[in-house]
Design a protein around this ligand. Sequence first.
Ligand code: CA
Length: 222
Amino acid sequence: MRLLIAEDDPDLARQLTKALADAGYTIDHASDGEEAHHLGDTEPYDAIVLDLGLPKIDGVTVLRRWREDGRDTPVLILTARDQWNEKVAGFDAGADDYVTKPFHMEEVIARLRALIRRAAGLASPELICGPLRVDTRSGRASVDGNPVKLTANEFKVLAYLMHHQGKVISRTELTEHIYDQDFDRDSNTIEVFVGRLRKKLEVDLIQTVRGLGYRLEPPAES
Ligand code: CA
């Protein structure tokens, strides 16, 4: 899952980037509204953290433009304390949730998890596919109750497929959702990650759809 953090305060941006990267997300950062608008307009983020007080173009305007252009990425806005009118303007512009500064990082992470889950139409933070369970809170995976140890990138691939169960996901789409904008992308690495995942999971859950990509599905009932 890939996130955009639009925050001009360098310390706060660094803290958010670190905490969310540690929580297993791929992060791009924008330090002003112009850059934020451009990235949100051109890159397929799974969610966006948007500070409303941004230089060049303010956060509310950025958000309104995305929504006017039909971009429906979940957006969590960061608002200043005691600025209830900011929250109202943010929601009216199309925000999905908010946190007030100063905030606890855990709350931001939990709210983003919930936004991403809801955007995928999922109710529970534990994702289940046949014998496979992925806990999006702890970042742990298990098959038939046995823990499966995954690298950060393997987990990113699996988490994306789990959020889009039953759908065909192309290699390009996977690549776009696990690497940040500066990464030198090579779609072959996706095949390597999927190969390792199949080996580690031991059960046949990730199907190759020839010429199109991959599909995660529970095993057929026999
Ligand atoms: Ca700011």
